[in-house]
Design a protein around this ligand. Structure first.
Ligand code: SAM
Ligand code: SF4
Length: 357
């Protein structure tokens, strides 16, 4: 099966192809723009690199070393980063990790970030602690959650997520909706030969519950380094399989036209699904994302090891203008694409949980 034929980006904007960017000076004001004209207004902010699970596609079962507490961004530092990002035109923030809900003081932290007035404040979680935290998080100002759930079969779920418990996670989705964090989006990482026989089951879940299900292609960001091209389940295959049972129509994303998930609604109006084709159809040409890791590094791409730490300024008396300069330089240094199709591609040193997915 040939799965990693990376196609020309379909959502191309002028100048975003090729590896030689136009020569131009870095702007010192205005939005966070890179050398290809891509404006960055979506931030993934990692609360921690720790996690209560060890999903096979993300963390090794044993042997993880985590950032010591003193080296993690403090609550004050996270809020300050949020404020600087807001001043640079960041509109939407997704809180992530590791597992953001294992971070002590997470509700207060969410409240502090909510006070900064982002258009959208969302969080991605494995759902294990969501049931008890959904109400307080909603009250603190969180708007939405994505819950990761890779199987609807309890034993398989536990095997993929190593330590996860499906009934707890399904109950948490209900609690989140009751608390006002809905509609809950369900993230499913498909792995060939592991859970790709559940595509239609997840489509039925989307139809029955109204929860949009996002099928994510497995990316070479796993701590075990077990990723192989033949384990990727292409989004095209998912769309064909579901579309053969229930006709699908594309949907535009009004909040985020750059969203990695391409959305499709069921023709009969019974809900929607999405595919994140990061491997087989990368959306780099239209990428508006930047990340801040739990230890305070700004990263411009999941797949690039280039990162700039905010810590020396945060802990060395730097001012907000200097912090903004780090964001600008990080974005300015972004490459045209993630390069997964380059012959010399090497997976980044940090795996998904350490970057913040
Ligand atoms: N712990 C939270 C969770 O599991 O939802 C948030 C962090 S997790 C790193 C964020 C998202 O990345 C999850 O939806 C997870 O399934 C996805 N993910 C992790 N490793 C991945 C990989 N190698 N390829 C594709 N998606 C991955
Ligand atoms: Fe933890 Fe999320 Fe990674 Fe699973 S995907 S190991 S829950 S950080």
């Amino acid at each position: 099966m040939t799965v990693v034929r990376v196609e020309t980006p379909t959502r191309r904007r002028p100048g975003a192809s090729g590896s030689s960017p136009p020569a131009a000076p870095m702007p010192t004001d205005g939005p966070l723009v890179d050398r290809f004209g891509r404006v960055h207004d979506d931030l993934r902010l990692s609360f921690t690199d720790r996690c209560n699970l060890r999903c096979v596609y993300c963390m090794p079962e044993t042997g993880m070393t985590f950032t010591p507490g003193a080296e993690l961004l403090s609550a004050d530092e996270l809020e300050r980063i949020g404020r600087v990002a807001r001043s640079l035109g960041v509109r939407t923030v997704r809180l992530t990790g590791g597992e953001p809900l294992v971070r002590r003081g997470v509700v207060e932290l969410v409240g502090r970030l909510a006070g900064l007035g982002f258009e959208d404040l969302a969080l991605t979680t494995n759902g294990m602690h969501l049931g008890r935290l959904a109400g307080p998080l909603a009250a603190a100002g969180l708007q939405r959650v994505n819950v990761s759930c890779d199987s609807l079969q309890p034993e398989r779920f536990a095997a993929i997520r190593r330590r996860g418990h499906l009934p707890t996670v399904l109950r948490a989705m209900d609690e989140a909706e009751t608390a006002g964090l809905g509609p809950v989006k369900v993230n499913v990482v498909l792995i060939g030969g592991v859970n790709d026989d559940e595509v239609l089951d997840f489509a039925e879940l989307a139809r029955r519950t109204g929860r949009p299900v996002r099928f994510i292609e497995f990316m070479p960001l796993d701590g075990d380094r077990a990723w192989r091209p033949d384990l990727v389940v292409p989004g095209d295959r998912v769309l064909e399989e579901i579309g053969a049972r229930h006709p699908l129509e594309p949907v535009a994303d009004e909040l985020d036209g750059h969203a990695p998930a391409e959305r499709f609604r069921f023709g009969d109006g019974q809900g929607e699904i999405g595919v994140v084709r990061s491997v087989t159809r990368p959306f780099c040409a239209d990428c508006n994302r930047l990340r801040v890791t739990a230890d305070g590094a700004v990263r411009n791409c999941l797949f690039s090891d280039d990162e700039l730490s905010l810590m020396p300024l945060l802990r060395g008396g730097g001012d907000d203008r200097q912090l903004a300069g780090v964001f600008r330089r990080a974005v300015w240094g972004k490459r045209a694409g993630h390069g997964m199709d380059d012959p010399g591609f090497v997976a980044p040193a940090r795996s998904m949980s350490m970057i913040g997915g």
